[in-house]
Design a protein around this ligand. Structure first.
Ligand code: IPE
Ligand code: IPE
Ligand code: MG
Length: 243
């Protein structure tokens, strides 16, 4: 494939399940939090490469609705890291015209994180470069439930009838819908660490996504490996149910 063809087939939206920080920490004899810190550094590099490659939307799964089951120490540490990351990177993200959005019930996360998220959203709100979405306190089922409730309330108020409900209406009521400027469904979902499952990530949106799995643990996942996976995707034929 030549360069032009590659650009034309470049996925518009790549989503990443950043998994394996804990195993990386164990393998390297450091604390789980050091693993999450190394994961943040890896994420920084992937954002930069996605931008250089001309990917329009990058979504990362940072914290699931199920991750609250972890120890208080680990959960608190993850949010502290997030605050630290936003604090140190926001200026550069903004200078690079990156727009930050959050998918999930993020107003329920610790207060310091909510404050730094609000700042990031506001600072980057007019940027039209890379659209960087962080799935935070995100759960696919919870997102669908939230959409169902929104639509039900429109039905019960009499605004629309049951048979007026469409797939588009459901898409629009998700976190990736109207509240975040209608993010297209992911073309490609990458999961690191060798696990081959979605763990409640983008359940409605993944209907026709290509899936790619790598054994690399997230902190070891390099921009070059990311680029190779995306280029391999560009060579795949997507059929969307047609023949
Ligand atoms: C992913 O790494 C980061 C989060 C889920 C927050 P893990 O912490 O799940 O790493 P493993 O799966 O234990 O190796
Ligand atoms: C999925 O990873 C969530 C994130 C990467 C944020 P988990 O490590 O939480 O998922 P499971 O427990 O392996 O399914
Ligand atoms: Mg994990």
């Amino acid at each position: 494939m030549d360069k032009k063809e590659l650009t034309e087939k470049m996925p518009a939206h790549v989503a990443v399940i950043m998994d394996g920080n804990g195993r990386w920490a164990e393998r390297n004899g450091v604390s789980r939090l050091s693993g999450h810190n190394a994961g943040m550094l890896a994420m920084k590099e992937i954002i930069k490469r996605a931008d250089v490659m001309g990917i329009k939307y990058l979504t990362v799964y940072a914290f699931s609705t199920e991750n609250w089951k972890r120890s208080q120490e680990e959960v608190g540490g993850i949010f502290n890291l997030l605050v630290k990351y936003v604090g140190s990177e926001l200026t550069e993200l903004h200078e690079n015209n990156v727009r930050v959005r959050i998918l999930g019930d993020w107003r329920q996360v610790p207060k310091a994180a909510v404050t730094s998220i609000e700042k990031a959203l506001d600072t980057t709100k007019n940027n039209d470069g890379l659209q960087f979405n962080i799935a935070l306190n995100y759960g696919g089922r919870q997102e669908i439930l939230h959409a169902v409730r929104t639509i039900c309330s429109r039905v019960s108020s009499g605004e629309i009838g049951i048979s007026d409900v469409t797939e588009t209406m459901i898409s629009d009521a998700l976190y990736t819908g109207e509240e975040n400027g209608k993010i297209p469904d992911p073309d490609l979902i990458i999961r690191t660490s060798g696990e081959e499952r979605l763990s409640n990530f983008l359940l409605w949106q993944c209907a026709y996504s290509e899936l790619a799995f790598t054994d690399s643990l997230w902190p070891d996942f390099t921009p070059d490996e990311f680029e190779n996976i995306v280029h391999a995707f560009a060579g795949r034929k997507r059929r969307f149910g047609g023949r």
